[in-house]
Design a protein around this ligand. Sequence first.
Ligand SMILES: N[C@@H](CCC(=O)N[C@@H](CS)C(=O)NCC(=O)O)C(=O)O
Length: 277
Amino acid sequence: MPSQDSGKAYHTSCTGLALETVNVHSSPSDITFFAACFCPFVQRVWVALEYLEIGYKVYEVDPYKKPAALLEVSPKGLVPGLKLESFSPPRGLNESTVILEYLEDLAANATNRSLLPPASDPYARALTRLQADHINRTFVPSFYRFLQSQDSEQQISAGKDFHAAIEGLVSNFERAENEGVHTALGLWREGGEIGWTDVMAGPWLFRSANVLKHYRAFSLPEGPKFQSYLKRLFEHPAFKATCSDEQLYLDSYERYAWNRPNTSQVANAINSGRGLP
Ligand SMILES: N[C@@H](CCC(=O)N[C@@H](CS)C(=O)NCC(=O)O)C(=O)O
């Protein structure tokens, strides 16, 4: 674990496979996707765009500089945002989970692909939404609390909470498994396809495997079932296509790991005990 803050700045453009994907999606499209390379909320939307095969153009912005074009589509100046160019004048959408629902509805009408269980199975969809609720209210905030915790006592306690949040994710999958609701299992099931829960949690699982490992000596559960799940997730073409090289994440999250003042709206919310923006 590094012993001091080396003062690295966050990156402002993708690297690796994510950069290749940016280059493929650089021509005008009905959807302009406001993105930042390090952002896990952005990655959710990005994986969905890729998997659902919806056309889009990537527009990389620095959300901390809050350019006017971003504020037009996302009032708090947070990424991700979408500019819907098919409306005249164009309209905006923000909030990763709202955008995911929007893309899911678009795909239902256009590409026939879906991340959710079929509408004909309301119980399976409800299980999926329970998983998403756990991810948003417990798993994601506990990731930041762990990464931002500074003294060793705090780190031990926040690390335990984060571990418990991962166990919560696993128990949600196990419940669907025990009840035989296979469509709510996504990649947790061997031979399964990527699903809503994988997209909601994947970006933070990925950052646990690199950022938390590096800054908090954290290891994800070692059990073979969990490890195969991670492998299927990280190797999934739609997920992989949105990942930059590891160094980008390590550099971009150093400010969180040292809890530098005013790192971001998310970091400030964690420090003041408020809900995430
Ligand atoms: N609730 C939002 C959160 C998005 C968010 O926090 N994005 C960060 C980047 S990871 C951001 O734009 N931060 C800019 C800031 O803190 O001012 C969502 O789900 O889309």
